[in-house]
Design a protein around this ligand. Structure first.
Ligand SMILES: [Zn+2]
Ligand SMILES: [Zn+2]
Ligand SMILES: [Zn+2]
Length: 618
């Protein structure tokens, strides 16, 4: 017969919050046993379980006494907590070796643990959870368990209960449960891949060279966005990093319209960026498009970062269309060039950059080749530039990576990968909260993102909509007297339906860098300077002639963006357009100042912009 232990009760069926206090008053202890037994502590008759925990002393002060051999620590504790009701009983027995308290590690109480779990599911970091706990329980931070304790609890909980782990089997199960079947609703996320197993489910590799991990996520609504004329969009591909612990990039595929608005098509998690991985990715998208629409995917413009694998993969899959054009992100080209010209003296490098911008704004291929050849000849005569000239003609001017001129696409289309990069920053800000996630959690977040994106559709623009930033710029230029009507509106210069707008060189255009590296900021600054230059370069005496019916100006900026400050100024002067850029009815009131707007009434008409445009609108 087992010896009966003389347990002394410290709490009987007490609420959890009181039990926490009793446990908190104990010296440091470990849980030596934890089991589920039939509940004996509450008044509920229906059979249910309670958690039975045995506690043993782990106080260092006690250990010191025990190891010196003076006396033993016979203290033991027991806690029983009902799994249904809020009832806990606590007992203790035996004598401690010493009553001296060792500085003890504070534990998370059960109420705190529940709160921790809640916040963990919301992806909060341990530091923030601990701070939130201090507010919620009205305690100072020092009185709470240490950050280590919170961290351990949060990590353990998210690993075991929230599928936040990198186990291939768990991931495979998740992916297969959501594999494309054709029965999904329009906005329901599904997974897809090129390699399918016998059941038609995506093959999920472990990310090694032999068994790559390539999984796409999208919805029907997102894929059907590709169902429009190939002349109306640019397909963008961009990799974004630091979203997960294993260093797998997330590839974002989407299209941008004529007003540089971005529309997501699919997201991929891939274990590498080689052609072997990226090519099947596009093949899978093409096949999926065929399944959904019964048609062939025809893409005319595709833009990638200056990356060989992306370039080759896109060309291999989409290049069967004779009109297909592979474009390069101009920002990335300039970033690479800026690295190459770093060693040169600043007057040399600023000249080079200026020349490259002129090339970027070339209006025809003939003009481009003529300018390029002259430029290369010029560089070859300067001894320090010979290497650079060879690098440029091999890499950016002659080779397959030379598709970064504006004449490749109609006016208004993006010349950089910025639309997709802006989207990437939203992905990091709103879904992954700028932290690395375990693969399971990342898949879940990307899946949410696909669903949100397919639910709120932004309009696909077939025409150029002036950005808020450009409308604001017109007001600023007018205020600084850098923009106004040209001298001669009638005489030999004036054409019917046209207006002369005179522009003076402004300092720069604000181009917010998406990547915050030092080089990125420098490249953005140059871009701002050179775009501002394009507003005035080549301006005839008496200003630019703006064709009001076609909304067209001769300046280079307008050539690139399909709209410019001159057009906006001219159109607004005639009251055809309201503060947000929409056309309104022409005022038939008698005009007091001969139809010529003054800077004051222009400023009023615009009003304060109600919203700030996307980070990068240029
Ligand atoms: Zn019970
Ligand atoms: Zn003890
Ligand atoms: Zn213009």
């Amino acid at each position: 017969m087992p010896k009966r232990i003389a347990w002394q009760d410290l709490a009987l069926g007490a609420p959890g919050i009181d039990a926490d206090k009793v446990l908190g008053a104990f010296k440091t202890y470990d849980v030596s046993k934890s089991n589920l037994y039939a509940c004996t502590i509450c008044l509920d008759d229906t059979p249910h379980m309670m958690r039975y925990r045995m506690l043993k002393c782990s106080s260092t002060a006690c250990k010191a006494v025990v190891s010196s051999g003076v006396r033993d620590c016979t203290w033991r504790g027991k806690s029983l907590s009902c799994q249904v009701d809020d009832a806990v009983s606590i007992f203790e027995v035996g004598e401690r070796a010493t009553a001296v308290n060792s500085p003890k590690k504070k534990r998370l109480t059960d109420t705190q643990k529940t709160y921790c779990r809640e916040l963990t599911t919301q992806h909060l970091r341990s530091v923030r959870i601990r701070r939130a706990m201090a507010r919620k329980f009205g305690a100072v931070l020092q009185d709470l368990p240490s950050l280590d304790t919170v961290q351990n609890f949060v990590n353990y909980y998210s690993r075991t209960n929230l599928s936040r782990n990198d186990s291939v089997d768990d991931l495979r199960a998740w992916i297969h449960a959501r594999a494309y079947t054709g029965r999904e609703s329009m906005t329901q996320t599904f997974t897809f891949a090129w390699n399918l197993d016998e059941q038609g489910k995506p093959v999920v590799g472990n990310g090694s060279e032999e068994r790559p991990f390539v999984i796409g996520l999208t919805t029907k609504a997102l894929v059907l966005r590709l169902m429009r004329s190939p002349n109306t969009y640019i397909l963008h591909v961009d990799a974004t990093f630091k979203l997960n612990y294993r260093g797998y990039p997330v590839l974002v595929v989407g299209i941008s319209d004529r007003s540089r608005g971005f529309h997501l098509v699919a997201l991929y998690i891939v274990s590498g960026e080689t052609q072997k991985i990226i090519q099947p990715m596009f093949m899978a998208l093409k096949r999926l498009y065929g399944w959904l629409t019964g048609r062939d995917l025809v893409v005319r413009y595709a833009m990638a970062d200056a990356d060989k694998a992306q370039y080759n993969a896109v060309n291999a899959v989409l290049g069967d269309n004779p009109q297909f054009l592979s474009l390069m992100c101009f920002f990335h080209v300039m970033e690479k060039v800026c690295k190459a010209i770093k060693p040169f003296p600043s007057f040399v490098s600023s000249d080079i950059i200026r020349d490259l911008y002129d090339l970027h704004f070339a209006r025809t291929h003939l003009e481009f080749t003529r300018m390029r050849d002259a430029l290369l000849r010029k560089w070859m005569t300067v001894p320090i530039l010979i290497d650079f000239a060879q690098y440029m003609s091999g890499q950016w001017l002659g080779s397959r990576f030379s598709g970064w001129q504006l004449y490749s696409t109609p006016s208004g289309f993006a010349s950089t990968n910025n639309p997709v990069e802006t989207f990437n920053s939203i992905l990091k800000r709103d879904y992954t909260l700028r932290r690395c996630l375990k693969m399971g959690a990342l898949l879940a977040e990307l899946s949410n993102c696909c669903e949100d994106q397919s639910a709120n559709e932004r309009p696909f623009r077939l025409e150029v909509i002036p950005t808020e930033a450009l409308i604001r710029r017109v007001r600023e230029l007018v205020r600084e007297n850098l923009l106004g009507l040209g001298g001669d509106q009638t005489g030999s210069f004036g054409r019917p339906g046209c207006l002369r707008v005179a522009s003076r060189l402004a300092k720069r255009i604000v181009v917010a860098p998406n990547n915050r590296s030092e080089e990125g900021i420098a490249v953005s600054a140059q871009m701002g300077l050179n775009y501002a230059r394009m507003e005035v370069e080549g301006q005839p005496n008496g200003g630019w002639t703006v064709d009001l019916s076609r909304r067209w100006c001769e300046c280079n900026y307008c050539y690139a963006f399909g709209v410019c400050v001159h057009v906006l100024y001219a159109v607004r002067t005639l009251d055809y357009i309201d503060g947000s850029g929409r056309e309104i009815l022409v005022s038939r009131n008698k005009q007091k100042n001969n139809g010529v707007a003054t800077s004051t009434n222009l400023g009023q008409r615009g009003g304060r912009p109600t919203m700030v445009g996307p980070a990068l609108t240029f």
